[in-house]
Ligand binder design. Sequence first.
Ligand code: 5GP
Length: 190
Amino acid sequence: MPVSNKLIIITAPSGAGKTSITRYLMKTFPQLAFSVSAATRNPRGNEKNGVDYHFMSTEEFKTKIHNNEFVEWEMVYQGKYYGTLKSELEKIWQENRIPVLDIDVKGAIHVQQQYPGSAISLFIQAPSIDELKKRLESRGTETPESLSARINKASYELSFKEHFNKTITNDHLERACTEAAGIIAEFIAK
Ligand code: 5GP
């Protein structure tokens, strides 16, 4: 399969450990490139524009929707837009690399539909909702309101897991990373 339309989608309810697994895959396979999404939320901690997200105003985001610049976009949280730019995927394919999209469940379903046969999707799940709650609390980045919004969303998102090619249960991070790497190695070699 040519690299020119291969892509890897990693999705999960928030707090399932998707970011850690994505980072591990990026480190392990130099052929992969992280697809930097556009987002309208504020940067957290030491997040950098153009590295973690293309941070932008809601107005700028809406102009891009209007100009059909997104492969997919979602209002992931109340009033906060996130989207995958077509230009981002094109840039990565031109470098002869495979984009890795770390996106929410609905966005993942939409992207998958647009690249039938050339995308692989990994659904990462925490062992339980209780465990998910503990992880989000210990991350310390959530207010009580945003924590409960993320938990509600996670319970809902779990019901979509059969839409994806592979499900990985993140019971132990190292084991889950190894499992994901095995799947990706096979996909790259295809
Ligand atoms: P966070 O605000 O924690 O960085 O991300 C919140 C959620 O938005 C995560 O589940 C993340 O995967 C998702 N997300 C990030 N970029 C995109 C995107 O381009 N499209 C969609 N649909 N979701 C995204």
